[in-house]
Design a protein around this ligand. Structure first.
Ligand code: MG
Length: 270
């Protein structure tokens, strides 16, 4: 997302604690959805499960009401399949074996956001597709590891891009990570590729959503007529992983976790 005129905010320990609460719920939602993703399930079914979980927790879905070119977003999650990279709208589409399903979820608790995404492989897919999903996750982990206090946004971007360069993956240009706090999207923008400069210094208290988006083909994407779905122009398969982190004095801390291993979500569902 291209961001402008938004603030960079640094969070106190107490505020990071609040974001941890929201992040834990988002991790719970994605864990639950990892069990629901299967052939025959509609993307609207997944959205209903997420909406119910978030409402029952007394939280608010982050994405509802997000401004779009045609109308505000009306759903709890984004579900993007195969050549769709991000912002896929839940609906009647049924998930099929052999598909790659990226789910993005966000929740607000007590005014603070958590934002995370995972990509699931449904049944059997070609080895290069499974590798893309795994390596996009590894790029997320590399980006998080680079998010040390005193380093820069450019260090995160370089760490993420390096994984893509190993394989020749397409790296989306116009979309990337972002600051996060009482707004879902705050400054700074966190690109997934090396840019002109090093970018902002990573100060303690800065909270970021890091989210590599890689494709098996070119990086070009277009927004479909629905006003939301971002899909590859060449039809190539894409993957998307995201975590919300806080820059702490000792290093980055992932906030969108609940104590369970995220790798469990990368199950191959048959
Ligand atoms: Mg995000």
């Amino acid at each position: 997302m291209i961001l402008s005129e938004r603030r960079v905010t640094l969070k106190s320990r107490g505020q990071v604690e609040k974001m941890r609460t929201a992040g834990r719920l988002v991790a719970d939602v994605l864990d639950r959805l990892s069990e629901e993703v299967a052939p025959g399930v509609t993307t609207a079914d997944l959205d209903r499960v997420a909406a119910e979980m978030i409402r029952r927790a007394g939280a608010i879905p982050s994405f509802v009401g997000a401004p779009g070119p045609l109308a505000p977003y009306r759903h709890t999650i984004c579900v993007s399949i195969d050549d769709e990279v991000v912002h896929g709208i839940p609906g009647r589409r049924r998930i099929e074996a052999g598909e790659v399903v990226s789910i993005d979820a966000g929740a607000i608790i007590d005014g603070w956001h958590g934002d995370a995404a995972r990509t699931f492989v449904v049944g059997e897919v070609p080895a290069e597709v499974a590798l893309l999903v795994d390596e996009t996750k590894r790029a997320l982990e590399a980006g998080i590891a680079a998010a040390q206090p005193g380093r820069t946004i450019g260090d995160i971007a370089a760490a993420v891009e390096s994984v893509a360069l190993e394989h020749g993956y397409g790296v989306l240009r116009e979309y990337g990570g972002h600051g996060i706090g009482t707004e879902m999207h705050e400054e700074p923008f966190v690109p997934n590729y090396r840019g002109a400069g090093r970018g902002r210094k990573l100060e303690v208290g800065l909270c970021l959503a890091i989210e590599p988006m890689f494709t098996l083909g070119r990086h070009d994407v277009r927004v479909r007529d629905d006003g939301w779905t971002v899909a590859t122009v060449d039809g190539s398969i894409a993957a998307h992983w995201e975590q919300t982190i806080a820059i702490m004095p000792d290093g980055p801390e992932v906030l969108t976790v609940n104590g369970r291993d995220v790798s469990l979500s990368d199950v191959r569902h048959v």
